[in-house]
Design a protein. Structure first.
Length: 83
């Protein structure tokens, strides 16, 4: 019984807890998005947010080229210019 408790504790502290923390960080990032933010997607595409709905964002990835995608596919903010 004791080895199972130790195994669960190791599993929690080395796998489950870090995953939950990164999920909270991403959720916080997505909740603070606003029009004009520069972001990078999970696919590596850089863009500027032009519109936001409950589940989707519209990114301008080049002059006049806009792409609609799920918010969950945004990876991180991007500090530089996207053009």
């Amino acid at each position: 019984m004791f080895p199972m408790i130790i195994l669960f504790a190791v599993l929690y502290f080395f796998i489950l807890r870090p995953q939950a923390k990164s999920a909270r960080v991403k959720e916080d990032f997505i909740s603070k998005l606003k029009v004009g933010d520069n972001v990078i997607t999970n696919g590596g595409i850089l863009g500027k947010i032009q519109g936001i709905t409950e589940k989707f964002v519209t990114l301008e990835i080049s002059d006049g080229v806009r792409v609609k995608m799920l918010k969950s596919q945004l990876a991180a903010p991007f500090a530089g210019e996207t053009k």
